[in-house]
Design a protein. Structure first.
Length: 207
């Protein structure tokens, strides 16, 4: 499993799958399956965010998701105290490698905000018809992973979105020029929560 040996990453079996006491002094290590935005589409998403900041008088550079971190979370596998679970990462990898992985087109054409913690409302890209193929793939992925692990921090319901930033208030929804691409790979990612650091543990082609 060479893909599980990402530089700078420590993986042990000390934490409990599926969450822990967030009051702990230990770091929060997140494991998720994601679809990263290609560079061109990430650039378009950044322009949408800048327009939102202009429209509503928000400061740039505050609570923004970095352009190279823009993604769609497909499966939130788990959060762990101190280190992720190498055995869980290996099982998820095996599931993805064994399943059918068709390619599909993704298109987001709206932007709006979700509810969230006070001062932390996600401002997100959204779609309707343009995300139906993504939703179908994600459901098959969730079913396959859930059969193997029995428990994750995701459920069958799925509202595809890309988080652009976090804001003090919920912003009105508006239409934007479609941000579209053909998804060509899916990734298993270890996120060091709060440190904007991602480690890609594996990549699998689509199509």
């Amino acid at each position: 499993m060479k893909r599980l040996r990402a530089e700078g990453m420590t993986m042990t079996a000390q934490a409990t799958q599926g969450g822990f006491d967030f009051g702990t002094a230990q770091s929060i290590e997140r494991l998720f399956v994601g679809l990263m935005l290609p560079a061109a589409q990430a650039g378009q998403a950044v322009e949408v965010r800048r327009r939102s900041q202009e429209l509503y008088g928000l400061k740039e550079g505050r609570n923004e998701v970095r352009s190279d971190r823009l993604h769609v979370t497909l499966i939130h596998v788990g959060d762990y105290a101190g280190s992720i679970r190498a055995d869980v990462a290996a099982e998820v990898s095996a599931v993805i490698a064994a399943m059918e992985r068709p390619s599909f087109v993704v298109s987001f054409d709206r932007v709006g905000s979700f509810g969230g913690a006070p001062g932390r409302h996600p401002h997100v890209l959204l779609g309707e018809a343009g995300v139906e193929a993504l939703k179908a793939f994600r459901l098959s992925l969730w079913e396959a992973i859930h059969r193997r692990l029995k428990k994750t921090l995701s459920n069958p319901q799925f509202n595809p979105h890309v988080t652009l930033m976090y804001g003090e208030a919920r912003l009105p929804e508006r239409a934007v020029a479609p941000i579209s691409w053909r998804a060509t790979e899916v990734e298993l990612i270890h996120s060091e929560v709060g440190r904007s650091t991602y480690h890609t543990l594996g990549r699998w082609p689509l199509g």
